[in-house]
Design a protein around this ligand. Structure first.
Ligand SMILES: NC(=O)c1ccc[n+]([C@@H]2O[C@H](COP(=O)([O-])OP(=O)(O)OC[C@H]3O[C@@H](n4cnc5c(N)ncnc54)[C@H](O)[C@@H]3O)[C@@H](O)[C@H]2O)c1
Ligand SMILES: [Zn+2]
Length: 346
C-alpha cells in the first residue's frame, strides 16, 4: 500500500518513514520544511531509496490533492509543535494544525482515502489523573501563579485542598487542553472523528507522550525538555530544571513511536468504520524531569542540573499514561527503556 506521511521530514515523521519503508510499504512524504523545525535555508530531507518527496504545505489543497493520488492511508504528522514563543504564535499554530488538518481531511474525503493515522499528543489531557485519600479520582484545575511563585508546585485536591497522589491517565480520561498547542492537537482529533463519521473512514490517533531520540529538534522555543537539556550540556552548561524537578512524565524513544505507527497501520482494519480510536503511546513507566537532567548530565560528565524554581504557566505538573490499551490491541512493545535510551542522546 502507498502511504502518505505528512511531516515526514520532521523528527518523528522521518523515523516513521524509515520504519514503514523497512516494513515493505511504499511511502510518499509531504513536508513544508517549516523554519521552526528546519531553520531558514532547509535542504530536502535524505529519504530511503524509493521514497517519494513532495515539498508542499498541508494547507495547499491542490498540492495535497496531487500527493493523495494512489494513496491507501495517510499518516498525518505535520504540525507546529511545542509551546511556541508567546501568544502571538497562536494564529500560525491554528493555521498549520487545525486548518491544515481540515484541508487534508477534505482532500482525503474527495479522493476516497479511507484510512488515517493521526499524531496525537498527551497534551490533550491537561493535568494528569490524581487520587485524593478522601475524594478518590479528582481533576485539579490549572495551577495558580501565586501557588507556583510560592513554590507550591503540586496541585492540591480541588475539593479539600489535601495533597494528591498522581496516577496513570487512560484514553477515556476527559480532555482538558491547557495551551494553544494542546487546543490544536485536540481539534485535530475532533476533526478526524468527524471525517470518519462523515465518510465511513477509520482513524487512529496515537497520543504520543514525551518523545526523544536521534534527530530530536534543536534548542528552540518549539523543542521539548530533553532537547533543551542536551543543548545546555553541549555548551558545557548545567541543564536548568523548572519547578523542583519533580514533574513526572513518560519518556518514549522515537523508534518505539515509529514502530507503534507501523503496528497501528496494521490494526486500522480492526477499527469500526466511521470511528476514530485514541491510543496512548507510552512506556507506562514514569520518570521525573529532574531524573532526566541528572541522567543526561552524568552520561556526559557535565555539570549537575540547576533546579531553578521557575515555571511556565501552560505546563502541567504530572502527566503519565496507562499504556494498557495499546498493549492489548496491538502487537507492540517499547524496546528502549529510559535508562538505555537517554544516555544515547549525547
Ligand atoms: N516530539 C514530541 O514529543 C511529540 C509529542 C506528542 C505529539 N507530537 C506530534 O508528533 C508530530 C511530529 O512532531 P515532531 O516532534 O516530529 O515535530 P517536527 O517539528 O520535527 O516535525 C513536524 C514536521 O511537520 C512539518 N510541518 C509543519 N507544518 C506543516 C504544514 N503546514 N505543511 C506541511 N508540513 C508541515 C514541519 O516542517 C516538520 O518537518 C506532530 O504532529 C506533533 O504534534 C510530538
Ligand atoms: Zn480531597
Amino acid at each position: 500500500m502507498l502511504i502518505l506521511v505528512t511531516g515526514g521530514a520532521g523528527f518523528i515523521g522521518s523515523h516513521i518513514v524509515t520504519a514503514l519503508h523497512a516494513a515493505g510499504h511504499r511511502v510518499r512524504v509531504l513536508d513544508a520544511l517549516l523554519p521552526a523545525a528546519h531553520g531558514t535555508d532547509p535542504a530536502p530531507p535524505a529519504l530511503p531509496d524509493g521514497v517519494e518527496w513532495r515539498h508542499a504545505d498541508v494547507r495547499d489543497r491542490a498540492a495535497v490533492d496531487e500527493a493523495l493520488a494512489g494513496v491507501g492511508a495517510v499518516c498525518h504528522q505535520a504540525a507546529m509543535v511545542g509551546l511556541g514563543k508567546d501568544f502571538a504564535d497562536a494564529p500560525h499554530y491554528t493555521s498549520c494544525n487545525v486548518h491544515g488538518t481540515a484541508v487534508l481531511l477534505a482532500a482525503m474525503a474527495a479522493a476516497g482515502v479511507p484510512s488515517l493515522l493521526l499524531a496525537g499528543s498527551m497534551v490533550v489531557y491537561g493535568e494528569g489523573r490524581y487520587d485524593c485519600a478522601r475524594h478518590g479520582v479528582v481533576r485539579p484545575g490549572p495551577r495558580l501563579a501565586a501557588d507556583l511563585d510560592a513554590g507550591r508546585f503540586e496541585p492540591p485536591c480541588p475539593r479539600c485542598g489535601r495533597p494528591l497522589t498522581p496516577g496513570l491517565v487512560d484514553e477515556d480520561a476527559p480532555t482538558d487542553p491547557r495551551n494553544v498547542y494542546a487546543t490544536t492537537k485536540l481539534a485535530q482529533e475532533h476533526l478526524a472523528a468527524a471525517w470518519a463519521r462523515d465518510t465511513g473512514g477509520r482513524a487512529i490517533a496515537l497520543r504520543y507522550h514525551n518523545v526523544y531520540g536521534p534527530g530530536m529538534p534543536r534548542d528552540t522555543p518549539y523543542a521539548g525538555v530533553a532537547a533543551l537539556f542536551r543543548s545546555a550540556l553541549a555548551r558545557g552548561q548545567a541543564p536548568t530544571v523548572y519547578e523542583d524537578g519533580g514533574q513526572r512524565r513518560d519518556f518514549i524513544h522515537v523508534t518505539d513511536v515509529a514502530a507503534a505507527n507501523v503496528a497501528a497501520l496494521d490494526a486500522l482494519p480492526d477499527i469500526a468504520p466511521g470511528t476514530m480510536r485514541p491510543y496512548n503511546v507510552a512506556t507506562g513507566a514514569a520518570h521525573t524531569v529532574g531524573e532526566l537532567a541528572t541522567l543526561l548530565a552524568a552520561a556526559c560528565g557535565g555539570p549537575a542540573p540547576r533546579i531553578t524554581g521557575a515555571y511556565r504557566l501552560g505546563d502541567v505538573r504530572h502527566i503519565t499514561a496507562s499504556a494498557a490499551r495499546i498493549h492489548t490491541d496491538f502487537p507492540w512493545t517499547p524496546l528502549t527503556p529510559f535508562h538505555t535510551g537517554i544516555p544515547l542522546l549525547l
